[in-house]
Structure formats: structure tokens, C-alpha cells
Design a protein around this ligand. Structure first.
Ligand code: BGC
Length: 270
């Protein structure tokens, strides 16, 4: 673990979709940096429980909480459970997200709503609940110079259009302006809100894009760094954004994409 186990000491974090992929890595890294973590999952309790056990066996504090973040009552119940368990919350990682791909003309309203519901409405609901607690409690100077931190997991597709995934790209574009608006509204109350926009990271969501050498070679044409990202690349950025080391960073999107947003197709002059 590259971070000090005291960096986030005393801080309580909730990670939505924290039991797999990028969310799991963020959960483990925040715990490794000393935070107590609530691991939200939607359907597979085994993964969440395994992560909780691992963290507890390294003397960390963790709990698993089931909720569908697109449902207001479930989000409220999840925050009540988190506050009952940890007393308060200092860090929210809005990570839960999904894809349901279809061409624009064939996309059903169910595919549209399912993705917007989790990726955008889910982030709104969780951010609102977290912010209410941040404002109620205020700054605890011995813990952090912020009253609270929200990290929204976005995507390079908040700016790169993506054919066949209009629901996903629109949800991520929405996250950007939502994140900035919350940051603007709460900055004077010492709440920091930022996004991380990952590029292609090896997770189950995009397995078909990197699992064969042919697919990976094609994907690498879009990545100047010459490698597909690892979940740790994103998790390390999340720990930094959650810590006071980034105290002067607010309303910003950090692209963790190996240069995917540099329009590599233009690297030879276009
Ligand atoms: C998507 C991945 C995709 C990546 C780059 C992410 O937001 O979830 O499926 O590989 O963007 O296109």
C-alpha cells in the first residue's frame, strides 16, 4: 500500500458499488489509508462480505450495506445504516454505475432509464444525503479541514461521445455539471466535490474490449500510454481526492485515462 495508514485516520467513507471493479479497489485503498468503510453493493453480498472480512482482519473497520442507489428510500436507508454504524460520514465515493448498450434508434426507454437511474440519479441521491450530514456536522479540524468530500466516478465519456451508448454517455455528461454545481453550492461550507473520469480500466464492465489479444490491440490504439488501466490507477487518485492533500481542489475532473482524451487519432497531424 503506497499511502500512510494514517492519511484518512478517523474518517468514515461510503463507497457505492464498492464490492467489485473500480469500487472494490477504491474501498480497499481507502481502508488501507485508515478510513472506516461502508461497502455498498446491489446484488452480490458474498463479494462485499469478503472485502469486509479482509479489511477487518487487517485491523480496519468495515461494513457491507445492500441498496439500489437509484431508489430514494433505499438510499435513505443506506445512509441511516451508515450513520448508525459509524456515527457520521466524511467521504462519499459515488461509484455505482452500469451500461446497457443499444444503438440510438433502437434504445428502449427501459435501457435509458436504468442507466440514468443508477449512474446519474443515484449519484444525486447519495450526494444529497451525504451533504446533509456534512452540513449538519461541520468541520472536525482534528479529522479533516473539509466538512466532507464527495468523489463522483465519471468516465472519459463525459466528454467523448460514444455511439451505441447514448444513455451511458449522457449520464456521465450529466455527472460533470451536477458535480460542478454541487461544488459551487457547497464550497463556502467546506464541502469538496470532484470527479474522477477513468478511461479504459480492466474491469468486468468492459471485459470484451481487452480479454483477447486482438481486442486489446485495437483498444490500445485509443490509449497513448500503451497499456489498459488497472483499478489501482483510479483508486490511488480517489485516496488523494479524499485526503487533505487535495484541500485546494474543488469542482474538478481528474482524468485517469492514459491519455485517451488527447485525441490520439490526431497525433500524426490529422
Ligand atoms: C466504460 C468502459 C470503457 C471506457 C473507455 C468507461 O467509462 O465503462 O466500458 O472501456 O469508458 O471507453
Amino acid at each position: 500500500m503506497s499511502f500512510s495508514p494514517y492519511l484518512l485516520k478517523g474518517q468514515k467513507a461510503l463507497i457505492t458499488g464498492g464490492s467489485s471493479g473500480i469500487g472494490e479497489a477504491i474501498t480497499r485503498h481507502l481502508a488501507g489509508a485508515g478510513a472506516s468503510v461502508a461497502v455498498n453493493y446491489h446484488s452480490h453480498s458474498e463479494n462485499a462480505e469478503k472485502i469486509v472480512d479482509d479489511i477487518k482482519s487487517s485491523q480496519g473497520e468495515a461494513t457491507a450495506i445492500q441498496a439500489d442507489v437509484s431508489k430514494e428510500d433505499e438510499v435513505k436507508a443506506m445512509f441511516s445504516q451508515t450513520l448508525d454504524h459509524f456515527g457520521t460520514i466524511d467521504i462519499l465515493v459515488n461509484n455505482a454505475g452500469l451500461q446497457k448498450d443499444a444503438s440510438f434508434v433502437d434504445m428502449s426507454i427501459d435501457q435509458w432509464n436504468a442507466v440514468m437511474g443508477v449512474n446519474l440519479t443515484g449519484q444525486f441521491l447519495c450526494a444529497r444525503e451525504a451533504a446533509q450530514e456534512f452540513l449538519r456536522r461541520g468541520v472536525r479540524p482534528d479529522i479533516s479541514s473539509a466538512a466532507g468530500k464527495i468523489i463522483c466516478i465519471s468516465s472519459v465519456h463525459e466528454i467523448i461521445p460514444w455511439q451505441g451508448r447514448i444513455n451511458y454517455a449522457a449520464s456521465k455528461g450529466g455527472i460533470n455539471i451536477m458535480m460542478q454545481t454541487i461544488a459551487q453550492e457547497l464550497a463556502s461550507q467546506k464541502v469538496r466535490v470532484n470527479s474522477i473520469a477513468p478511461g479504459a480500466i480492466k474491469t468486468p464492465i468492459n471485459k470484451s474490449a481487452w480479454e483477447t489479444p486482438e481486442a486489446e490491440a485495437q483498444l490500445l490504439q485509443l490509449i497513448p500510454a500503451g497499456r489498459v488501466g488497472e483499478v489501482e490507477d483510479v483508486a490511488k487518485a480517489a485516496v488523494w481526492l479524499a485526503s487533505d492533500d487535495s484541500d485546494y481542489v474543488n469542482g474538478t475532473t481528474l482524468y485517469v485515462d492514459g491519455g485517451m482524451t488527447l485525441y490520439p487519432g490526431f497525433s500524426t497531424g490529422g
